[in-house]
Design a binder for this molecule. Structure first.
Ligand code: NAP
Length: 330
């Protein structure tokens, strides 16, 4: 790894969703001149949602992409720098930490805040993958308008599936919600709204066995899990809303990561098992997974990083005083 032309920062934040941008606002205001690596989905999950009604401070709700623009502008206002690109690998075995960008540039950091979030899960069907972008989508906000007056299905029973189903009714003539159980996982208020929509039809206890169609989606092969009966449902689109997978693969081997892929942190903090590396947002939170909690842990990570850097400076000063010359604590 050639570090001769590398760039060295006090704090590098990986990810520009609600956790990463909050960490940026706080570290920038602490004069730590953070660099944010924007990744493949700047704005994170909120950038692909519609109306956000439960983010405090917006009485009438706010559009997710607009909210994230505010976050980014606020971070920039205090001097945060942004870099396009993805971190493809890291070396946390020595300090400064090394991060490799997808253009092979090496970045050095005294402290790293991980805010890589989570990405949509897929069913794992071969034809789902083949028809992705040809009727299969994981983003209703992005793709609903392609299905004007058509019948579509959405799979999942959580908040995302139900919120997306309601959104899809603005465009589509009929929306089937296919759920593997009889009860929805979604919050009651969303359930009530969905049950009140005539265009939404629920298909319970059912799994999607295959996605049918040559060049674009024409239908689904469904299986009732109680009766084992299989049948074809004709739809022009399939939206996948079965949860998210944390984006933590590049940290495997360095950080403690649980069996679901979430980074383990010291309870009540954002400290990982490596001093100087902090984790926030959906990469670390397997319980709440809300914008408001991502903001909370992003803020915590910034404060943890600031205090940790401060403690390192104090150790370095003590070392220097003792030996009468400049030393480092490493
Ligand atoms: P989620 O809560 O994990 O729900 C995933 C849904 O997909 C569940 O109903 C699950 O079924 C189903 N599922 C999982 N794997 C499946 C598979 N292989 N085949 C078929 N179905 C499968 O995920 P989410 O809805 O994306 O929500 C993620 C987090 O974001 C949650 O904490 C949620 O509250 C939050 N969120 C909040 C809002 C809001 O407040 N407005 C909006 C969106 C998301 P089971 O129920 O049987 O497990």
């Amino acid at each position: 790894m050639n570090v001769l032309n590398s760039e060295h920062r006090q704090v590098i934040i990986i990810g520009a969703g609600s956790a990463g941008l909050t960490a940026a606002i706080y570290t920038a205001r602490a004069n730590l001149k953070p660099l944010v690596i924007r990744g493949s989905e700047p704005g994170g999950q909120l950038a692909t949602t519609t109306e956000v009604e439960n983010y405090p401070g917006f009485v009438n709700g706010i559009l997710g992409p607009e909210l994230m623009q505010h976050f980014e502008a606020q971070a920039a206002r205090f001097g945060t720098e942004f870099r396009y690109g993805m971190i493809t690998s890291v070396d946390f075995s020595r300090r400064p930490f090394r991060l490799i960008l997808d253009d092979d540039q090496v970045l050095l950091a005294d402290a790293v805040i991980i805010a890589t979030g989570a990405s949509p899960k897929y069913l794992g069907l071969e034809n789902e993958k083949r028809l992705l972008g040809h009727g299969v989508s994981s983003c209703a906000t992005c793709d609903a308008a392609f299905f004007q007056e058509q019948e579509v299905a959405i799979v999942g029973g959580g908040d995302t599936a139900i919120e997306d189903a309601i959104f899809l009714t603005r465009f589509c003539s009929k929306v089937y919600v296919i759920h593997r159980r009889k009860q929805l996982r979604a919050s009651k208020i969303l359930q009530e709204r969905a049950f009140a929509k005539e265009k939404i039809n629920f298909i319970w206890n059912t799994s999607v066995e295959d996605v049918l169609g040559e060049d674009e989606v024409e239908g689904l092969l469904l299986k009732n899990r109680e009766t084992e009966e299989t049948y074809i449902l004709s739809v022009a689109g399939l939206f996948i809303a079965i949860g998210y997978q944390p984006n933590t693969r590049i940290f495997q081997g360095y950080l403690d990561i649980d069996n679901k892929g979430y980074i383990s942190t010291l309870p009540g903090s954002t400290y990982t098992n490596i001093a100087g590396v902090f984790a926030s947002g959906d990469a670390q939170d397997y319980v709440y997974r809300q914008a408001a909690t991502a903001v909370g842990t992003g803020c915590m990570a910034a404060i943890d990083a600031e205090r940790w850097l401060e403690s390192q400076n104090q150790v370095a000063v003590t070392f220097s005083d003792k030996w009468g010359k400049l030393g480092t604590s490493n």
